[in-house]
Design a protein around this ligand. Structure first.
Ligand code: MN
Length: 368
């Protein structure tokens, strides 16, 4: 019926075989009357892409071989209601730019879009009337809490961190942790790079930078609290000192559903959160043993190209750790050395962003 077509939201899922893509498609699978898929992209896994396209009756598919023009073409052809960007790494930046230029609502899970080039993306989105809704669980929580409290009433953002698998290890023990140990995350199931980032707290560092940019909050008004259960996804403090929190099971379908349906507030297929028999605990982050968090605050304060350098150096160092070329604690030492170079250029365009990104990667590689 016409009413059903009105209600039905058409989605393009970029990065459909990754963790965000999989959770997004799980929502569609469970709510076939509310969502349909008009485009799917995957990096290289053509077999899985074809299987998903068949399952969801999706007319258009792309791999990274098709390039940025392919993304533009499927947006133009299928005119979705929302584009989900679940692409991992710096490769997600230009797809976000294309989405922003289309003026179609962007559900953004790609951290690099915000960390590397938020001022450029924001300008583009505003020019084309594109609403960007954060999908990262912490930023989704903050986005909704700020919306409810009113931006002018918020004095501080408190981002929760699981603390990762090495939360309780001594600094000596951290020297000898293995790749396999780093990949065993206690609460979230995610890709390898982000799982290592959770172990070093670089993921929280990137999220601090993200929050500073997305919510235009000075870094000194952003706090991080370790909360191992990952049930509170973040909090905001209002001017009167009160704290407001968002709680749910640690399942990415919650923040994705929130972004897909925003600004509606509708019921989904997921179980409502049950508070009974839960224990919530909170700790200070161990900044001395996990310096990536502190370096992120520094990069957020310094602005310019510092957060590009932080992100790029970390990506190279994490890959070297995964390849077993360097130890766990070398990741932060490499990032520190790269951050000590000159990153005072404010990128005037995306070419500058990629040039700074490349410069940081080369420096990190040379150190390794
Ligand atoms: Mn997160």
């Amino acid at each position: 019926s016409a009413e059903r077509r009105d209600r039905m939201k058409k989605i393009i899922v970029l990065g459909c075989t990754g963790s965000i893509g999989t959770s997004t498609l799980n929502i569609v699978r469970n709510m076939p009357e509310d969502f349909c898929v008009s485009g799917l992209s995957a990096n290289t896994n053509e077999k899985k892409l074809a299987a998903l396209a068949q399952e969801f009756g999706c007319p258009s598919t792309l791999t990274s071989k098709d390039g940025i023009d392919g993304i533009k073409r499927i947006i133009d052809e299928t005119q979705p209601d929302v584009i989900v960007n679940g692409i991992a790494g710096a490769a997600g930046l230009l797809p976000s730019k294309i989405a922003a230029e289309s003026g179609i609502k962007l559900a953004l899970a790609n951290k690099e879009t915000v960390v590397m080039a938020w001022h450029l993306i924001k300008q583009t989105a505003e020019k084309h009337g594109c609403a960007i809704i954060p999908v990262d669980s912490e930023h989704s929580a903050i986005f909704n809490l700020i919306h409810q409290a009113g931006k002018e009433n918020v004095s501080e953002i408190v981002i929760t961190a699981s603390g990762g698998p090495f939360r309780t290890l001594s600094s000596g023990e951290l020297e000898n942790v293995t790749v396999e140990q780093a990949l065993a995350h206690p609460t979230w199931k995610m890709g390898k790079k982000i799982t290592v980032d959770s172990a070093t707290l670089a993921n929280k560092g990137l999220e601090v930078i993200e929050a500073a940019r997305l919510f235009e909050m000075p870094p000194e008004k952003i706090k991080v609290v370790v909360h191992p259960q990952s049930i509170i996804h973040s909090l905001v403090r209002t001017n009167d000192g009160m704290l407001y929190a968002q709680l749910s099971e640690p399942d990415m379908q919650h923040p994705i559903f929130s972004a897909l349906t925003w600004p509606e507030n509708k019921a989904g297929h997921l179980q409502p959160f049950d508070l009974f028999d839960k224990t919530l605990t909170f700790f200070h982050p161990r900044i001395k043993d996990f310096p990536m968090l502190e370096y992120a605050f520094e990069a957020a304060r310094n602005g310019k190209s510092y957060s590009i350098a932080y992100n790029a150096a970390n990506e190279i160092a994490v890959q070297a750790f995964l390849d077993k070329k360097i130890g766990f604690t070398a990741i932060s030492r490499i990032v520190r050395t790269v951050l000590d170079k000159d990153w005072t250029l404010l990128p005037a365009g995306f070419d500058d962003v990629f040039a700074q990104d490349e410069k940081a990667r080369k420096l990190a590689e040379a150190i390794i």
